[in-house]
Design a protein around this ligand. Structure first.
Ligand code: KMH
Ligand code: ZN
Length: 309
């Protein structure tokens, strides 16, 4: 089995500050936690930005610029900038910073969908900021828009024009067939980095059977040699599904963007906390962790020198 690529998603745009006091909100905190996660073994750092005043998700390049260059100076980890932003942002807003720095890697969401955390709104009792409750409730009536035209636009603007490659976010089996369509269109080239996502409300559930279905479907559509399988389990499913992925020869994604927990009823005190835990699991399975440069080789990335940082 090849070495395992650990992706760490530092803060995201779905989780709200009241879910955990450890969720990094400011440029200082995002930078510090990203650097610590890289030092703990994350080869790829997936990054969103937040308004430092109240943690509200933002796409503002001037906010990203307060932490991305610092992370790049402190680690050789692969910088992965979101193109998903938040479900409430326009496509232009979502792409602004990625188009500015032309990163080695960006996320790319492979279909429009319901993506929601609205049930959380009634579970949180004391909110830190006014914006949080309505933000969570608004998910119930919001479509996460990723039309074929949007996806093609991102592939052309970032893929063709900037040499950026993609972490293809696949929340359902249909997203694999959409990816196969773009391969046939000649808009994406192997190796495909397939981030299969389980347990997000609106996407497929966290049943291990779904990992097998995604794996066998990807084998059939792309051929095993042409893609890297990775698994993101949301919330409490994060570590169990990371273990299943590792056993299946896949890669893993952790991070407070997708789970604020370290284990049952226990908050992770940092992103690095989760990286260290998944490393322990990999170590026990006698699996080695890929370095950033090994990840670049596996995913055919253009290298840090080609990033406009
Ligand atoms: N939060 C993950 C489930 C993106 O940023 O473009 C998906 C994600 C998408 O990270
Ligand atoms: Zn993200």
């Amino acid at each position: 089995m090849s070495k395992v690529i650990i992706t760490c998603a530092i803060t995201g745009s779905a989780h709200v500050p009241s879910m955990s006091r450890y969720l990094p909100l400011t440029p200082d905190d995002i930078a510090a936690q990203a650097i610590e996660a890289a030092e703990a073994g994350a080869a790829i750092l997936h990054l969103h930005a937040r308004d430092p005043r109240d943690g509200r998700p933002t796409s503002a390049p001037e906010v990203f610029d307060q932490f991305v260059p610092r992370i790049a100076q402190a680690t050789d980890a692969v910088i992965n900038i979101t193109t998903g932003g938040s479900v409430h942002m326009s496509l232009e807003e979502r792409l602004a910073y990625a188009l500015q720095i032309k990163p080695e890697l960006c996320s790319l969401n492979m279909g429009s969908m319901n993506f929601s955390l609205h049930p959380l709104a009634r579970k949180i009792t004391d909110y830190r900021f006014e914006w949080e409750k309505p933000y969570l409730e608004a998910f119930e009536d919001t479509i996460f828009r990723n039309t074929f035209k949007d996806i093609k636009h991102i592939m052309l603007r970032l893929g063709e024009e900037c040499g950026t490659r993609f972490e293809f976010e696949c929340y359902d089996i249909g997203h694999l067939y959409s990816l196969a369509f773009f391969v046939e269109e000649g808009l994406v080239k192997p190796p495909l980095f397939i981030q299969s996502i389980y347990g997000v409300l609106g996407g497929m559930g966290p049943d291990p059977e779904n990992l097998s279905l995604m794996r066998t479907t990807a084998d059939r559509l792309f051929g095993r040699a042409n893609y890297q399988f990775s698994v993101l389990g949301a919330g409490r499913h994060q570590m169990p599904l990371a273990a299943v992925s590792a056993v299946m020869g896949g890669n893993v994604r952790v991070g407070l963007e997708d789970s604020v927990y370290l284990g049952k009823g226990e908050l992770a005190v940092s992103n690095a906390d989760q990286v260290r835990k998944v490393r322990r699991i990999l170590d026990e399975l006698s699996l080695e962790v890929a370095t950033p440069d090994e990840a670049r080789k596996i995913l055919n990335l253009k290298g840090r020198a080609a990033v406009n940082l």
